[in-house]
Design a protein around this ligand. Structure first.
Ligand SMILES: Cc1ncc(COP(=O)(O)O)c(C=O)c1O
Length: 429
């Protein structure tokens, strides 16, 4: 048997360096919030595999559903129907926002975003697309064109997809317009309206696409009024509102989908990550009057919505419901935010604590308020040594994203936050 370090070294030698793996550990097995390496060392995974294993790693009911489906049928390739493909959309339609009741299944978040863009353009017969700065929508060309959470994702890839416009995300802690929450007049929304005066007439815009809680760009919760104004603006001009819930969906924010917090219903939405507890599955959901206008062959897939991924998704929906994971996300997430706010008083390097449910961002700053970046890596490294996996996000990579599986208990959260505080103390001392 190769030693762990040797195997990682060999892997690095043959895997593309473009693929960034966050932690140099070689995991052999995982269960719930824990992953275990080959030497039997356990880590608490507060990244949930990039905010994906909402039901915890290898939930027994999800594993069972996968095994049973694998025994029966692995693949169809859109040649024939199968039971999980018939059951899943009905179940999903019960938890998606009112009126979103038809679905297209694909394999990844980026693919769902591409599908949503294609559907919006097809249905509206318009070309323009408006997205937000700091957004992350995936790595394929359309999704990457929307993505502005880091130049790293865009460098050397021009030209991008045409007719895409960007407006500032309502990121109140670092307001583009220097305003403060509570007293601002939503200048970010006024800017968005200006796009329709200067760059593109609204009647040529197919859709506005937005993450209802900014993910990769820094775990930012926008003001509810922004989303409500956006809904009205879209209605006024016949523009489709697309909400990208790839990261914020499936109970992560203590609602099935984050849009519920703002009481805003999209026309089209995406879901992925938590939808099948780690099996590759994503969905484009749309209102019936929109989806029914997409004729056979206008979009398609070989692997999307495959029998096993759909079986995992059905089990995932059941587990989230039956184990009360949304309520757990609300309780443990609320407790974590309170503790982090108290921590902020003790550690001036914590500039902001924000989030909904178990989608929590902790923004680190220097004394002058500038992003605290290099030291954040040290904090994450220290946490890993102590058995806690945490990852960062944010345009300046100075935000810790706290996104553990939704099965995390209050005690486990406390244990993780104790390690985090110890790390902060060590690095900022
Ligand atoms: C909001 C959002 N959209 C799309 C994607 C892309 O998903 P995938 O990596 O599965 O293609 C991500 C991934 O982090 C995301 O957070």
């Amino acid at each position: 048997m190769f030693m762990e370090d040797d195997l990682i070294k060999r892997a690095k030698d043959v895997l593309t360096p473009a693929l960034r793996i966050h932690a140099d550990i070689l995991v052999k097995a995982a269960r719930g919030i824990y992953v275990e390496d080959r030497e039997g060392r356990r880590y608490m995974d507060f990244s949930a595999g990039l905010a994906t294993v909402n039901t915890g790693h290898n939930h027994p009911l999800v594993v069972r559903a996968i095994k049973e489906q694998a025994d029966a049928l692995i693949h169809s390739g859109c040649i024939f129907y199968y039971e999980t493909l018939a059951v899943l959309p009905v179940m999903l339609g019960k938890v998606t926002p009112e009126g979103i009741d038809m679905f297209f299944f694909s394999n990844s978040g980026a693919e769902a975003v591409e599908g949503a863009l294609k559907l919006a353009r097809f249905y509206s017969r318009r070309q323009g697309i408006v997205a937000f700065t700091g957004g992350f929508h995936g790595r394929t060309y359309g999704a990457m064109t929307l993505t502005t959470s880091s130049l790293r994702y865009r460098r050397e890839y021009q030209p991008f997809v045409p007719s895409v416009y960007h407006s500032p995300y309502p990121y109140c802690y670092r307001c583009f317009f220097g305003q403060k929450p509570g007293t601002c007049g939503l200048d970010c929304f006024a800017y968005l309206e200006r796009i329709f005066k200067h760059f593109v007439p609204p009647e040529e815009v197919a859709c506005v696409i937005m993450e209802p809680v900014l993910g990769e760009g820094g775990y930012v919760v926008p003001p509810a009024q922004f989303l409500r104004n956006l809904r009205s603006l879209c209605d006024k001009w016949g523009i489709l509102l697309v909400l990208d819930e790839v990261q914020s969906g499936m109970g992560r924010t203590a609602k099935w989908f984050a849009s519920e917090h703002f009481e805003v219903v999209p026309d089209i939405m995406t879901a992925a990550k938590g939808i099948a507890s780690g099996m590759p599955l994503s969905a484009v959901g749309a209102k019936r009057e929109i989806m029914t206008q997409w004729p056979p062959g206008a979009h398609g897939t070989t692997f999307g919505g495959n029998p096993i991924a759909c079986a995992a998704a059905i089990a995932t929906l059941r587990v989230i419901e039956e184990e009360g994971l949304i309520e757990n996300a609300r309780l443990v997430g609320g407790h974590a935010r309170e503790r982090l706010k108290a921590m902020k008083e003790r550690h001036p390097c914590i500039g902001d604590v924000r989030g909904l449910g178990l989608m929590i961002g902790i923004e680190f700053v220097k004394e002058d308020g500038e992003p605290f970046t290099r030291e954040l890596k040290e904090i994450l490294g220290y946490c890993l040594e102590k058995g806690l996996i945490l990852i960062e996000c944010g345009v300046d990579r100075n935000v810790i994203r706290l996104a553990p599986p939704l099965v995390v208990t209050g005690e486990e959260m406390d244990k993780g936050l104790d390690i985090l505080e110890e790390a902060i103390g060590k690095v900022s001392a």
